[in-house]
Structure formats: C-alpha cells, structure tokens
Design a protein around this ligand. Structure first.
Ligand SMILES: *Cc1c(COP(=O)(O)O)cnc(C)c1O
Length: 339
C-alpha cells in the first residue's frame, strides 16, 4: 500500500486492493467473489450498456478515535437500491447480501479507511447492472452487483465552505413521473449538460426545478436542497427528488434541536426569505450555499453574508459528523460497527 496523504484526498476514484462481485443467474444470486481487477468483463449486448439498466448507491465508512470502522444507516441504502431495482425492473438485492457485500469490500480494504481527524472517509460505491443479453427492449435475466471502495476527502473542493448554484429552466433533470426518485445512472447522464455548463459559467452545481411548473426547487445537483427560516428546517417535497438519507437524518437532528421540520413544495420565490440554504448528501454531508443565480432572469439570491456557513447548518453538520465518527451517542441506532 502506498503512503496516503489523508489531508489532501480529493473526492475521486482511488484504486484500492479489492472489490467484490456477485452474479445473478437463473433467478438466483451466486457466491460473493473477491477480485483485484478494476475491470469487468460483460457482453456487448448487456442491457446496462444499451438501455440503462443501472442503479448505484453511495455511502461511507468512518473511522472513529477508537479505531473502529462505522457504517451509517446502511439499511436505508439497501432499501433504496431495491426501490431503484423495482423502478427499472432489475433483480433485487436483499439486506443480507447488501451488508455482506459492503462489509466485505470495506474490511478487505481496511487499510484505506482514513484515520480519525482528517475529515476523510472511505467512500463505498455499490453498483447493480443488467448484464443479460437483450437487443429488443426487455429487462435482462442476468445481473451483476458489485461494490468498490476508495478513500475520499470533501466533495466540493471548497470543503465546508459556501458554494454557488445556478437555477436553469432550459434543462430538466427528471420528468415529474419519471425516474428522478430512484438512483439510476440515466438521471445523471441527462443532467451532465446542465452541470458542465454551470461549472463553465462559474457555479459549483445546478439547482434543478420541478419540471412541470418550473416554480419549485427540486434537487441541488447530486444532492437534496434544504433551507433554514427562523425556527424551521424546510426541504422540498416532490415526486422527482431522490430521497436523501443525509436529508432524512438532518430532518431528525433538526427536530431534536427543537426546529420545526417542513417537507413541502418550495417555490423559487421563497429563496429571498430564507436565512440559510444548503445542499445535503453523503458526499458533502452539507454544502452551505452562498449564492443562487437564476440563469434566465439574472435574479440573484445571496446568503452567508459573512462568507461562512450559517449557524444552524454548522450545528447540523457537526451533529451528524459526530454521530458518524462515533463522537456522539448514537441514540437513533444509525451506526453499525464493523469487526
Ligand atoms: C445520492 C443522491 C442524493 C443524496 O442522497 P444521500 O443518501 O444523502 O447520499 C441526492 N440527490 C441525488 C440525485 C442523488 O443521486
């Protein structure tokens, strides 16, 4: 193993020693296989390549001061992967298989879990693809479920520093009754054009609107959106949003802190009334947003006027990280210690 500078890790692919794979054939999942190859060998007519039968998950393993490796709410990721499977007709992965696969992938690469104190963690990427051969548009009969891992630093290069977002109306991420609520690769392919343009124009990500009316906020790039207004934690409700486990956890922590939680359609017009706004997801946990610009109208909304995250976002972030790293009592039973 090479020497890793834990303080300078990007959020990027990082080669580790092993990954794990499990094949679904003849209506059954096979044995878990361990591989040290970064490549997979699949048929050129596999459904994942042509018709987008692909879903993924993103989660992290955290090492505490005690040296123990912790998973955070993995059961939620397993359940969400099944919702994704259901949405695009793929074979389902049970909780048992999901846990065996992720824990094996983490433990085989235990030396890559960043030690406590660097803000870094081990990113876990479970991936489910249709490998069966189809030329007509049909779901595959064979699937590959695999998990690879890699140490990562903060998602946004600014770290826990405020980011900027662009509202766009000429590109939608997901259709109202489409696949926005499941974690499938196709949603990302469709959003690349908007997000690359936003980056070129100087923004960190796109704030996508609900596609039907273009009045309400949907997703903050690859993350959920939330706002703080007085004593309220407000987050959009929409059929085309991917239900973030981070957001779900922040809603609980906000409630514990005595905030009122509102999950409802959030109109763009309301942005001017919010005290703090942010994006949340496993990768960045919370990215406070300092500026939102509507690309069409030029309208600007400014936050974090002192250049820092707002006090509520800061507190929520610290609370959640403290639980994930085992610094604080896990009173909701969110953490699984691997040994
Ligand atoms: C994965 C993802 C999120 C964040 O979900 P977490 O469970 O918090 O990591 C939010 N939005 C989209 C579109 C996603 O793919």
């Amino acid at each position: 193993m090479q020497n890793i500078n834990w303080d300078r890790l990007p959020f990027a692919y990082f080669k580790t020693d092993y990954n794990v794979r499990c094949y679904y054939r003849n209506e059954n999942w096979g044995e878990i296989e361990v591989s040290s190859s970064e490549y997979i060998n699949i048929h050129m007519a596999a459904t994942t390549l042509h018709y987008g039968q692909e879903a993924f998950e993103g989660m992290k393993a955290y090492k505490g001061k005690d040296g123990k490796i912790r998973l955070f709410r993995w059961q939620e990721n397993a359940a969400r992967l099944r919702t994704s499977s259901e949405g695009i007709l793929m074979a389902e992965v049970s909780d048992e298989l999901f846990f065996k696969m992720i824990s094996k992938a983490v433990m085989l690469n235990a030396g890559y879990v960043p030690p406590f104190g660097h803000g870094a963690s081990l990113y876990i990427r479970p991936l489910l693809i249709g490998t069966g051969v189809q030329v007509g548009v049909n779901p595959a009969h064979e699937y590959l479920f695999m998990v690879f891992v890699g140490p990562v630093g903060p998602y946004f290069k600014e770290g826990f520093n405020p980011v900027t977002m662009q509202i766009v109306k000429d590109i939608d991420r997901a259709a109202p009754l489409g696949t926005g609520h499941i974690k499938v690769g196709g949603n990302y392919a469709g959003s690349l054009r908007a997000s690359e343009r936003a980056k070129k124009e100087g923004f960190s990500a796109v704030l996508f609107l609900e596609a039907k009316e273009k009045k309400y906020i949907d997703e903050a790039g690859p993350a959920n959106f939330f706002a703080i207004k007085g004593n309220k934690y407000i987050t959009p409700k929409s059929d085309s949003i991917l239900p973030s486990i981070t957001n779900k956890s922040l809603m609980q922590l906000a409630q514990n802190m005595g905030l009122e939680v509102e999950r409802r359609p959030v109109a763009v017009d309301e942005l001017s009334e919010f005290d703090e706004v942010g994006a949340c997801g496993t990768a960045a946990i919370i990215s406070p947003i300092k500026k939102i610009v509507d690309r069409e109208s030029g309208m600007e909304y400014l936050f974090c006027k002192d250049g820092k995250a707002g006090p509520v976002s800061q507190k929520l972030y610290e609370k959640l990280q403290a639980i994930q790293f085992g610094e604080e009592k896990d009173s909701h039973n969110w953490v699984t210690i691997l040994d």
